[in-house]
Design a protein around this ligand. Sequence first.
Ligand code: AGP
Length: 537
Amino acid sequence: MTDANAHPHVSSDGRFAIVHNGVIENFAGMKKFVAGKGYTFTSETDTEALVNLIAYHYEKEPAAKNGNRFLDSVRKTLLHVDGTYGIAVLCTESPGEMVAARKGSPLILGVGDGEFILASDVSALVSRTQNVVYLKDGEIVHITPTGFTITTADMADVAPVIDRINWTIEDADMGTFSHFMEKEIFEQPAALENAMRGRFSEDQSTANFGGLNLTPSDFRQIERLQFCACGTAWHACLVAEHLIERFARIPVEVDYASEFRYRNAPLHRNTLFFVVSQSGETLDTREALREAKRKGYKVMAICNVVGSTIARESDGGIYQHAGPEIGVASTKAFTSQLLIAALVALYVGRMRDMSFSGGTQYVEALKKAPDLVRKALEQAPRIKDIAKRYAHYQDFLFLGRLSLFPIALEGALKLKEISYIHAEGYPAAEMKHGPIALVSEKCPSVFFAPKGEVFSKVVSSIQEIKARKGKTIVITTEGCELPAGLADEVITIPECHEAVLPIVASIPAQLLSYYIAAELGRDVDKPRNLAKSVTVE
Ligand code: AGP
């Protein structure tokens, strides 16, 4: 990143300024063309080619066909663009006006009190207005001091639909916390309550989803589920795979969205797709959704952001209702995805082998999740203390089994992204097949060792680490006896149902990563090289 490549970019004639989110794939040809017309460049960006092409069209055709030369020059330019963009453009000769457009990248118009705001995410504008227009691909908005109009690339008028964001300014405020990530970790009990509200059937034996747009008998025909997502949401999908296969006995496949879209996977006829995305704007996930739809499959979305592109393009879905997640590192959105995964496992399970009483017990267990998370959060002071002692290590291993293997992956990802410490997640039993070579007094291991069927197996893996002088931080169930000398640090979580365990076990891992990063003085909410929603390929 350099100052020269930073936005906004200005055309070399000084007339236009642009901010751009996306990638212009044919920018080299565009750049050659405008350079041949005398426009010059000061950066390496594709955006500068775009803004110079706008200036070229403006200069070339002084008489606008639609009565607005500024709008017309942007529209003409966009006809030549291959790639993705969310742009906002200013012109020195049209003060008070702005032209914005999207294709592939998100763009939202905030309709405020005497002002209009453009943003790629609602959290950026919720402090000014809750009234928004979610622009669709191919739409161009022209803002003037008195109003705005939306048209398509071929000049058709679009009647704007103004939606209301159900978040408030307080949701986007850090309050007394030091970082949004910290606030969002502590908001998890409420986020879970919101994710489950209204989602249990009247008889309290199964789940209830309003937005799937599938009848129970449609669902009954489904023989396989396919999940696609990226990053943390992909880890949530791995937990979904475990829970659905365990409780509903139906095969589940999980793909990275970025791989799915290119690998042309053979798919079973009766497959139902789920894409999972906090932002609902991740480009790879959206493209996986589109690929599945092109192949004729129905796609459900699990999203947090209402009205997001993925939510709108899917055939149905489940909103997370976790509230705005502002910290780049996903926390409350992740655990609310885990809760929804547990609800889907219940729903499908009850259509198959799960009995009425099995269902009611499962429902009772899920209802306890917010309180169990509150209990797990009580360990925060102890975890902060551990973090201070471990913040100087350069490498960590996170190890877990079954549904906690994805939580080990997630713990490692959290630590990496906000503290810049190298960390790897593995199934605990895989250690002996290679990663154990990394173990030394310089590489601590974080173990997930709750009470359960593989507890003794995980204890054996911890012993392997101790025998090689590795430090161990063990996350285990309250009251669980660990052999003496096995754990250098113990963090306890309350005992819980298998469907709730991944949620509760996530809490200490999030806190540990957060406190290590805070101890190191990292920019926790905006870690280097990362964006909250990744809208480029
Ligand atoms: C999470 O901490 C990361 N910032 C990242 O992996 C994220 O989960 C991923 O980019 C997917 O985002 P989405 O849920 O908005 O699609």
